[in-house]
Design a protein around this ligand. Structure first.
Ligand SMILES: *[C@@H]1O[C@H](CO)[C@@H](O)[C@H](O)[C@H]1NC(C)=O
Ligand SMILES: *[C@@H]1O[C@H](CO)[C@@H](O)[C@H](O)[C@H]1NC(C)=O
Ligand SMILES: *[C@@H]1O[C@H](CO)[C@@H](O)[C@H](O)[C@H]1NC(C)=O
Ligand SMILES: *[C@@H]1O[C@H](CO)[C@@H](O)[C@H](O)[C@H]1NC(C)=O
Ligand SMILES: *[C@@H]1O[C@H](CO)[C@@H](O)[C@H](O)[C@H]1NC(C)=O
Length: 403
């Protein structure tokens, strides 16, 4: 009975011993699992294990359990130790370990959101944080929010783009970075974005094919663009010469197209376009649209002074394509021999004069060419009869005059 006071004395004092040891890391990152393990030389003698942090009790086990911090936080940093009660023959003895200091570091700082404009009115929103080099292979998920809307949820990219930012994109933007398991998740500060509408300016009309030159029957695209201007833009196409309104398109883009599926001569004229995003209308310069058509098959006519072609006459060969864009080059042929050519810069065709000799019977033809494909006329057969003598001089040698 006298032993009891002694036992109680021993228990209260505690003994730091080599018998009991503590095993745990000194450094961890938040989100890590940290195991604090206490064990003794002869574990079977341990009846209770008590874990402490900064002197306060964490847990008491009646077996050999270790203490686990499953998702470490910086607040778990501190001094850890444990205490074991073991049976020493018939008395209970208390052993205490040394203290081990645990530092739980931030895996990454809260992200910072940056909004950078890229060409035109598009922006890149990026959510940046930093991983320590010894954890650089940690996979992260990025979520982006505007006010209460989720823009991107758990994406693998730290950036996203808003293609054409408009007034409706104004608001508070923020992002969240998390590990894939969501053991660590951090939000960044909110940043306010106010999208102001930029009035339209630098309205420009161009065509495809370029320069307003179109081929009859082919499509022509009228492209209206603005150098600056945001939001929904209403584009309109007009003809300056006729006052005609050709079309209107409203889109959230700095560029719009209007197509004429098959151009004809009626489409020749002066065009312009306008753009308006509600902050004043702006107009482009005028553009001439010219429609080039290939020459049609020309018609050859032969004109002689009398009713028949007689040696000594000056014959006029007239060639005319009724359709086709000038300038047209007319070529004249006699029995497939090239006689000469004439260019016509306006309609009405072209003429060529030939001084007829007896050898000039045969087939005549002409060709019209404006660079879009040459067209040959039908042949005309001519027979030159007799001879023409003026004051006893008869013309018998071939020769031609220029027109
Ligand atoms: C990671 O590296 C840093 C710097 O070298 C070091 O201080 C830290 O203890 C390491 N952390 C872990 C958990 O290994
Ligand atoms: C120890 O006991 C606790 C309950 O007190 C139990 O949850 C745990 O699994 C036990 N551990 C071992 C290693 O037996
Ligand atoms: C991302 O995934 C986690 C876990 O699956 C979920 O709890 C969280 O709500 C998700 N985040 C968003 C923005 O959807
Ligand atoms: C466009 O055509 C008009 C006549 O229709 C002419 O006066 C003007 O010089 C032309 N402009 C260009 C750039 O060719
Ligand atoms: C002229 O054309 C006709 C009919 O196309 C043909 O029969 C004749 O042989 C041609 N004459 C010459 C000289 O080529």
């Amino acid at each position: 009975m006298l032993l009891w006071p002694l036992l109680l004395l021993l228990t209260a004092a505690g003994v730091q011993s080599d018998w009991l040891s503590i095993d745990m890391p000194s450094y961890a990152y938040e989100g890590d699992e940290v195991v604090v393990k206490c064990s003794g030389e002869r574990n079977n003698r341990i009846s209770t294990l008590t874990y402490y942090k900064d002197g306060s009790l964490l847990a008491t086990y009646h077996n050999l359990s270790s203490y686990t911090i499953s998702n470490a936080r910086p607040s778990d940093s501190g001094s850890y130790s444990c205490e074991a009660n073991r049976k020493f023959f018939f008395v209970y003895k208390t052993e205490k370990t040394r203290s081990v200091w645990l530092t739980v570091q931030d895996l990454f700082p809260p992200p910072t959101l940056t909004i950078r404009p890229i060409e035109g009115s598009s922006v890149t929103v990026s959510c940046d944080t930093r991983l320590p080099w010894n954890r650089s292979d940690t996979q992260l998920h990025y979520s982006f929010f505007r006010d209460d809307h989720t823009l991107i949820s758990n994406g693998s990219s730290s950036e996203f783009q808003i293609p054409a930012i408009g007034k409706g994109d104004s608001g508070y933007y923020w992002c969240e970075v998390a590990t894939t398991s969501h053991s660590v998740s951090k939000q960044g500060q909110r940043s306010h974005v106010l999208v102001q509408r930029v009035p339209v300016s630098g309205v420009f009309l161009e065509t495809q094919p370029q320069g307003g030159q179109a081929l009859a029957g082919e499509p022509l695209v009228l492209v209206c663009s603005v150098a600056e201007g945001t939001g929904d833009i209403a584009f309109s196409w007009h003809r300056e010469d006729t006052g005609e309104h050709l079309g209107r398109k409203q889109q959230r883009s700095q560029r719009a197209e209007l197509e004429i599926p098959a151009v004809g001569e009626s489409h020749m004229g002066r065009y312009y376009c306008t753009a308006d995003n509600g902050h004043g209308l702006a107009r482009s310069g005028a553009l001439n649209v010219t429609v080039r058509a290939p020459a049609s098959r020309p018609v050859l006519t032969l004109r002689v002074p009398g009713t028949r072609a007689v040696v000594g006459d000056v014959m006029e060969l007239h060639c005319e394509a009724h359709r086709g864009s000038p300038p047209i080059l007319y070529r004249f042929y006699y029995d497939d021999v090239f006689l000469g050519s004439r260019s016509a810069t306006s309609g009405g065709g072209a003429s060529f004069k030939l001084f007829l000799t007896a050898e000039h019977s045969g087939n005549y033809s002409c060709e019209a060419d404006n660079g879009l494909g040459a067209q040959l006329s039908e042949a005309i057969t001519l027979s030159v009869t007799g001879s023409k003598c003026i004051q006893s001089t008869c013309f018998g040698t071939p020769g031609w005059l220029s027109g």
